[in-house]
Design a protein around this ligand. Structure first.
Ligand SMILES: NC(=O)c1ccc[n+]([C@@H]2O[C@H](COP(=O)([O-])OP(=O)(O)OC[C@H]3O[C@@H](n4cnc5c(N)ncnc54)[C@H](O)[C@@H]3O)[C@@H](O)[C@H]2O)c1
Length: 273
């Protein structure tokens, strides 16, 4: 992989993007973006473990993908904020496949009162968002990433948010029922700081830690929101989940062997102006 050469003709660049036999855990793998990541990893010959909260159909979806791609994928029900669940995820994956090469943290908790006004946010709702988004990422990084560091190889991708680094322009939500709560920004700011920390902490162990920041991924949004978004976006539209997936394939694959500590923004230029 790290061939010491100045001759590019010795390199099979196409092969570098393959995820052949790489075992990849995707938390929140049943979500909007997680499903696109799962499909893309399978198409690039990876083996995936969908680790999602109860009731999302992870097992059924994994068996559909197993049939479609002719190898055994796995669906596991977990709460990422529960240490025992994450330990169990590692145990089951290692028992079944004997290795873990990739981890994508694609979970997020949208509570029932997610869009409540800042002044009305309860301790319970704040904790629920931060517990899942930040503590969940801490636990998976510690337990799964810790295993990778011990083995001397692995790629971790965390998903912070545009609002880890810039404030929401609240005009975006004008005339809609949507918003972006402070608990989300705060938890995702933590995810970004944690990822940056781990990228240098584990560099010597061969574990690369990167981030993907999607923005405005379309999910049957209210028409008014889509219009507001398009007016503010340099690319003048929302994005689609499949447009985020290429970034994950790149960061999981050997094509990104010298990339760590990076935040790959897939935001249509939102933070460029
Ligand atoms: N959609 C966007 O436009 C956007 C923009 C920026 C960042 N992100 C980030 O990208 C990631 C994926 O976004 P999405 O739109 O696919 O989100 P989503 O809400 O569609 O999916 C999140 C998934 O996480 C699962 N989940 C929730 N709590 C969990 C828990 N405790 N344990 C395990 N699984 C749990 C949910 O069941 C769901 O399947 C999130 O981290 C989100 O913050 C999304």
């Amino acid at each position: 992989m790290n061939l010491k050469t100045t001759d590019p003709d010795k390199i099979n660049f196409r092969e570098k993007f393959e995820l052949k036999e790489k075992v990849i855990i995707i938390t929140g793998g049943m979500g909007l973006i997680g499903r696109a990541f799962s499909e893309a990893c399978c198409q690039y010959d990876g083996i995936i473990i969908i680790a999602n909260r109860e009731g999302a159909g992870s097992k059924d979806h994994a068996s559909e993908l197993s049939k479609k791609y002719g190898k055994e994928m796995t669906g596991i029900t977990i709460d990422v904020a529960n240490r025992e669940d994450v330990e169990n995820l590692k145990k089951i994956t290692l028992e079944k496949y004997g290795r873990i090469d990739g981890l994508i943290n694609c979970h997020q908790n949208k509570t029932a009162k997610f869009f409540a006004k800042f002044e009305d946010y309860t301790d319970k709702d704040w904790d629920a968002v931060v517990e899942t988004n930040l503590k969940g990422t801490f636990l998976t990084c510690q337990i799964i990433g810790g295993y990778m560091a011990e083995k001397g190889n692995g790629s971790i991708i965390n998903l912070p948010s545009t609002y880890s680094v810039v404030a929401p322009n609240h005009n975006l939500y004008r005339g809609t029922s949507l918003g972006s709560p402070a608990a989300y920004s705060a938890s995702k700011g933590g995810v970004m700081a944690l990822s940056q920390y781990l990228s240098t902490y584990w560099a010597k162990n061969g574990v690369r830690v990167n981030q993907i920041t999607p923005h405005g991924v379309w999910n049957n949004h209210e028409e008014r929101f889509e219009k507001n978004f398009s007016e503010m976006s340099p690319l003048m539209r929302m994005s689609y989940n499949h447009e985020v997936a290429g970034a994950a394939v790149f960061l999981l694959s050997d094509a990104s062997s010298y990339v760590t500590g990076h935040n790959l923004v897939v935001d249509g230029g939102w933070t460029a102006w």
